[in-house]
Ligand binder design. Structure first.
Ligand code: GLU
Length: 401
């Protein structure tokens, strides 16, 4: 009997971040005391002015279909954002809006990948990149960097990974899951390699642009290397900067021929992102921006708390990243130890399962991000819960023998 599952889908795993948060929610619903550090989303509320813009959009009956890849007003707000914050000039017909960052990335891959085309994905990577590439018919090529520099892609590693079939390089800064961010000099060094290979396009996922700490200077590839503008898709969204994960608005800007292809994809798949969310996003991008650094300051303090407490957990080492709201600690010192339940910690997957069972802390295994033995924690939750979660992790690690 033939399988119900398509050949394309059979190559893909379900999203581990979504699975971990669904499991935490299910355990909470059963009455268990769970601290959920799995899927990453800001714990702050959507600002009042943005919510008011959505209510006004409903009252004004802006509730019908829109242009498939976004209303002109939102495209203009996005073009203005790129000019204001990144020094990048895009016309509105170079902008694509979709129901979240995920569809933006997927639309671009679907629009451009033919069977056998390769996409270079630096590991550890956000869970969905390789699987989206597979679903779109391409082949992910995973490359791992050095732990000492946040696993960031080095020029010589990029050079070695490029083949005649390379279509895209995906760059994500600040990174999910490590929080590491690329400096201008690091991007310039990658640009030198990319100039030698004009067939390689660059997809930069800048979703965590505004969650950046210690005065780090965020830059993106099209800005650093203007000569690569014609083959760079700059991806961003309102989810993280404006605490709007549930509203589902992601966007990208790039060369018009690519944006035209992405419009063809969205016109035959989802059609437009929610009209009300689009009007909320217009207000997010055009309205006051002063709460962004205030919220980032909270995240910076939480990062410091979590890094300090995790480094005090036996067998755990945790780097201090520049951005996002994740840390990616190593548990190399715990592999082979035995939990009080009798289970041997033989992988990061076993570690997060035992941690959840023993202490009710949910986190995501490094295997999901393409590099073990690590685990990812989202610190986008209150200081009190983070302190309690880290104390539980310390207790769990101390209990391993
Ligand atoms: N980007 C978030 C995370 O990695 C949301 C979940 C997802 O879509 O993967 O946790």
């Amino acid at each position: 009997m033939s399988s119900l599952q398509s050949v394309a889908l059979a190559r893909v795993k379900p999203s581990a971040t979504l699975a971990v948060s669904a499991r935490a929610r299910a355990l909470q619903a059963e009455g268990r005391d769970i601290i959920s550090l799995g899927a990453g989303e800001p714990d702050f509320d959507t600002p009042e002015n943005i919510k008011a813009a959505a209510v006004a959009a409903i009252q004004a009956n802006r509730t019908r279909y829109t242009d498939a890849d976004g209303i002109p007003e939102l495209k203009a707000a996005i073009a203005a954002k790129f000019a204001r914050e990144n020094g990048l000039t895009y016309a509105t017909n170079q902008v694509h809006v979709a129901p979240g960052g995920k569809p933006v990335l997927y639309n671009a891959l679907l629009a451009t990948l033919s069977p056998g085309d390769q996409v270079i994905v630096p590991a550890p990577y956000w869970v969905s990149y390789p699987d989206m590439v597979l679903l779109a018919g391409g082949e992910p090529v995973e490359v791992v960097g050095q732990e000492a520099d946040g696993f960031k892609l080095r020029p010589e590693v990029l050079e070695a990974a490029i083949t005649p079939r390379t279509r895209w390089l995906i760059l994500n800064s600040p990174s999910n899951p490590t929080g590491a961010a690329y400096t201008r000099a690091e991007l310039e060094a990658l640009a030198v390699v990319l100039r030698r290979h004009p067939h390689v396009w660059i997809m930069t996922d800048d979703m965590y642009e505004h969650l950046i700490y210690d005065g780090f200077d965020f830059v993106t590839m099209a800005q650093v290397a203007p000569d690569l503008y014609d083959r760079t898709l700059t991806v961003n969204g309102v989810s993280k900067a404006y605490s709007m994960t549930g509203w589902r608005i992601g966007y990208a800007a790039g060369p018009k021929p690519l944006i035209d292809l992405m419009r063809k994809v969205i016109s035959q798949t989802t059609s437009n992102p929610c009209s009300i969310s689009q009007w909320a996003a217009v207000e997010a991008l055009n309205g006051p921006q002063d709460f962004i650094p205030e919220r980032a300051a909270h995240f910076q303090r939480r990062r410091d708390l979590v890094v300090s407490m995790l480094n005090q957990a036996a067998g755990v080492t945790c780097a201090r990243p520049e951005g996002a709201f994740y840390v990616y600690p190593s548990i190399a010192g715990l592999i082979g130890k035995t939990a009080p339940s009798g289970v041997t910690i033989d992988s990061d997957e076993t570690f997060v399962t035992e941690l959840l069972n023993a202490e009710g802390v949910s986190a995501v295994q490094g295997a999901a991000f393409g590099l073990s033995p690590y685990f990812r924690i989202s610190y986008a939750t209150s200081d009190a819960l983070l302190e309690e979660a880290c104390a539980r992790i310390q207790r769990f690690c101390a209990s391993l023998g």
